[in-house]
Design a protein around this ligand. Structure first.
Ligand SMILES: Cc1cc2nc3c(=O)[nH]c(=O)nc-3n(C[C@H](O)[C@H](O)[C@H](O)COP(=O)(O)O)c2cc1C
Length: 281
């Protein structure tokens, strides 16, 4: 086994409890880096080289795009005052305010509508699909940016909390109609080692030839098996909403996710998206 093959096998075994049969015989350093991904929320006191983010953005924007429509933009915020303003609108987390750069990945359906008008051709697709296309395009670029940035040694953490106050963030960034934030991204040189976060077993999330559902009993057993396997590696340090929901004797991933979504989160996002000019039916 070459070093990358061995390292990839080790990383995937940390990530997935059923990684034992994975073939890593084709692995190179790029695969190893991707498998070692870990979101970073701790920054070294080291400036980002001038121009680096713009080049990483260009690499990320080289990714595929629906119908070649290129329905996504990136707002790169590095000016300290602008960054502080954006962080304040996003969430109180200190790691967001401390990040050397905050990027906002936006879906953009504005250009498509402008082009239709300029060409004098009716736009006959004012329905959910174009909101979805722009959101997917922006998400692909977000993922590609993370891969490119981590390949350069940077650390990143996506931020859905940028949508907590989507209207205020849009005004702050000057987003026009039909341009909306999909996610933020904190970027900087890593200030610490971040652990590889375990994922659901591949038997639940990778399907051969057709979707396989083993039934609720088996799925539940697999999720609860993952809860235990994950707990043995990275137990949760605190229980969410313990005052309302009680202290669980065993607190695993599924308990955490159930509790996380027991309270409404961004329930006004649909109204925001409609107000930005999208029809969602
Ligand atoms: C679209 C998206 C939005 C996210 N938003 C946040 C966020 O607002 N705050 C945060 O701390 N982490 C956020 N994350 C990071 C996830 O919590 C993280 O990816 C997940 O816990 C798995 O950990 P890992 O990335 O280290 O493997 C987000 C991730 C994605 C893909």
């Amino acid at each position: 086994m070459t070093d990358p093959e061995r390292e990839l096998a080790r990383l995937l075994a940390e990530r997935f409890q059923d990684a034992g049969d994975l073939d890593t015989g084709f692995a190179n350093e790029g695969h190893v880096r991707m498998a070692a991904h870990a979101s970073m929320r701790d920054w070294a006191d080291r400036p980002l080289p001038e121009g680096m983010l713009r080049t990483l953005a260009a690499i990320a924007l080289s990714s595929p795009t629906k119908s070649d429509m290129q329905s996504r933009d990136i707002v790169v915020v590095t000016d300290p005052q602008r960054k502080a303003g954006l962080a304040a609108l996003t969430a109180p987390d200190a790691w967001i305010a401390a990040a050397p750069a905050l990027l906002v990945f936006c879906g953009n359906h504005r250009r498509q509508r402008q082009i239709s008008e300029w060409r004098g051709v009716p736009f006959a697709n004012d329905h959910l699909d174009w909101f979805f296309n722009a959101a997917v395009d922006a998400s692909i670029v977000l993922g590609s940016f993370i891969v490119a940035a981590e390949a350069a040694g940077l650390g990143c953490c996506p931020i859905s909390q940028i949508r907590n106050r989507a209207e205020a963030v849009s005004t702050f960034l000057g987003l026009p109609e039909r341009v909306f934030p999909v996610a933020g991204l904190a970027v900087g040189w890593p200030g610490a080692e971040a652990p590889v976060s375990p994922r659901l077993p591949l038997k639940l999330t990778v399907h051969a030839d057709r979707y396989r559902d083993d039934g609720e009993t088996e799925t539940r057993a697999a999720v609860e098996g993952y809860d235990r396997w994950r707990d043995a590696r990275q137990p949760y340090r605190r229980q969410r909403r313990a005052r309302d929901l009680g202290v669980a004797a065993f607190y695993g991933w599924s308990e955490d996710k159930a509790r996380q979504y027991s309270v409404p989160e961004r329930a006004d996002f649909g109204a925001y998206v409609r107000a930005r000019g999208f029809k969602l039916d």
